[in-house]
Each structure stands twice: as structure tokens, then as C-alpha cells.
Design a protein around this ligand. Structure first.
Ligand SMILES: C[S@@+](CC[C@H](N)C(=O)[O-])C[C@H]1O[C@@H](n2cnc3c(N)ncnc32)[C@H](O)[C@@H]1O
Length: 240
């Protein structure tokens, strides 16, 4: 099933082929950086729960094209992603930012020593990994004591309402495999990894994203989706 809530607003209608993230993102990479209703809501939520980054060491896990690293004020920022094509697609935009680097790597085994970063983002990615506990353990491991971990993802209510993360590749609609991790499960796994919850936010379809629907000639769909939670964003403090 596809809809405007898919991260590609053109992906409306048709039967989707479901691919694992490792197969889907190489195809999505050339167009991924375009903002959508979901990504725009996610960006607002994460900005609200991320501490001021000036001078801090930031890691963006599952950074994709690195679009969220283009304007960060961090003293030093690294993006890591499983998909080399995603990193390559965003490389031009980051080339004049000497304090930003991107590398290929897997969240389940991050190529960094313990306690390397003050702030760690994991944005719109955790649902692509079946074992969210493994993700939380790695995020906690690379974060300094008292550092912050921010995790956002597609909201389980949107998934339950039938929305999927999908995009168009040529004539095909591709759905990216997604594992629903409930809020309760995420909080439990995070706590087991030594992360204390400090903020829980959800972002719903509302006026701030109406223009995405209007420009796709889907004003009726906007009214239908109004109020639907589409993004969950969590902030944690790593215990000492
Ligand atoms: C929806 S995109 C989000 C990209 C970026 N965080 C953003 O908000 O623009 C999800 C990203 O997670 C990456 N990903 C999926 N599984 C991963 C894993 N096991 N380790 C690292 N990255 C992964 C994908 O390659 C993709 O680039």
C-alpha cells in the first residue's frame, strides 16, 4: 500500500515490491534528499530535542545522503550509513565542510571507539533493523556519559493505518522493509543499554505540511490524514 505519507510523494497507487533497506536505498539514493511531509515533520521534532551542537562531537547513524549534516554547527560531525550509494549521492553537498565526514558502516557494529560522541542521532532508520536492542546498545556504547542520543522513526500509528515507506523507481513502486518497534519496547531496550529517557515527542500531519499535499494536488488526502501521528522522536541521556 502506498500513500502521500510515503517519503516520496509521487509514490501513489500501484502494487509495491518490498525490498530490504540494503537493496532499496541504492535505488532511492539519487532522489532521496527531496523533503517530504514526513521528513519535514521529523526535522522539526529532532531540532526541538537536540541540544545546541556548537563545539560538540556529533554522530549521525544512518545518515543517508548526509542532508542533516549540511548546516550543523557541531565542532566535528560524522555520518555513517550502510549504503555507499546514499553517501555518494550527498557527497557534493558536504565537500566544503571540513568538519563533516561520512563513512560506510553498520549501526549494529559501529566503527568507532566507546564514548566518542557527545550527541548521537539515529534518524528514520531504526525501523530498518529487526533487533532494535542491538541498535540501542551500539548508540549507547559510542556516546559519552551524560551525552544525548536522539532516535526518530516512522510512527507505529501511521504504519497501522496502512502507510508505508516507499518510493518510485522508474515504473515500479518500491516499499522499504520496516520493522515496527513499539514505544514501550524502545524505552525498555534503551534503558537496558544505559539510556535514560528525557523526551518523547510525536509529530502529526498538520498545517506545517499542507503545502506538500497541495503541490501534489492531494488536498482531499490532507483532510483525511490531518492529525495522524507520522513520526516518533525520542531523546535519551546516557547514564554515567
Ligand atoms: C530513511 S533513510 C534516513 C536517512 C537520514 N537519517 C535522513 O533522515 O535523511 C534510512 C537510512 O538508514 C540506512 N540504514 C539502513 N540500515 C542500516 C544499518 N544497519 N546501518 C546503517 N545504516 C542503515 C539506509 O541506508 C538509509 O540511508
Amino acid at each position: 500500500m502506498t500513500s502521500l505519507l510515503c517519503e516520496n510523494r509521487d509514490a501513489v497507487g500501484g502494487c509495491a515490491t518490498v525490498l530490504a533497506a540494503s537493496e532499496a536505498y541504492p535505488l532511492w539514493a539519487p532522489h532521496y534528499s527531496s523533503e517530504t511531509a514526513v521528513s519535514s515533520i521529523e526535522d522539526e521534532l529532532v531540532a526541538a530535542i537536540t541540544p545546541p551542537l556548537k563545539g560538540l562531537r556529533l554522530l549521525d547513524v544512518g545518515c543517508g545522503t548526509g542532508r542533516r549534516l549540511r548546516d550543523v554547527e557541531a565542532g566535528h560531525a560524522i555520518g555513517v550509513d550502510l549504503c555507499p550509494e546514499m553517501i555518494a549521492a550527498g557527497a557534493d553537498q558536504l565537500q566544503w565542510r571540513p568538519r563533516v565526514k561520512t563513512v560506510v558502516g553498520d549501526v549494529r557494529s559501529l566503527p568507532f571507539p566507546d564514548c566518542s560522541f557527545d550527541v548521537v542521532w539515529c534518524r528514520l532508520m531504526i525501523g530498518h533493523v529487526a533487533d532494535c536492542g542491538a541498535v540501542y546498545r551500539e548508540l549507547a556504547r559510542v556516546t559519552t556519559p551524560d551525552g544525548r542520543v536522539i532516535v526518530s522513526d516512522f510512527h507505529e500509528d501511521a504504519y497501522a493505518a496502512g502507510h508505508r515507506r516507499s518510493f518510485r523507481a522508474g515504473e515500479s513502486v518500491i516499499e522499504v522493509e520496516h520493522h515496527v518497534h513499539s514505544l514501550a519496547k524502545q524505552l525498555r531496550e534503551a534503558a537496558d543499554a544505559g539510556l535514560e529517557s528525557v523526551a518523547i515527542k510525536q509529530g502529526c500531519i498538520g498545517a506545517s505540511v499542507e503545502e506538500f499535499y497541495r503541490s501534489a494536488n492531494l488536498a482531499d488526502r490532507f483532510r483525511e490524514h490531518l492529525g495522524l501521528p507520522v513520526v516518533l522522536a525520542l531523546a535519551f541521556r546516557r547514564s554515567a
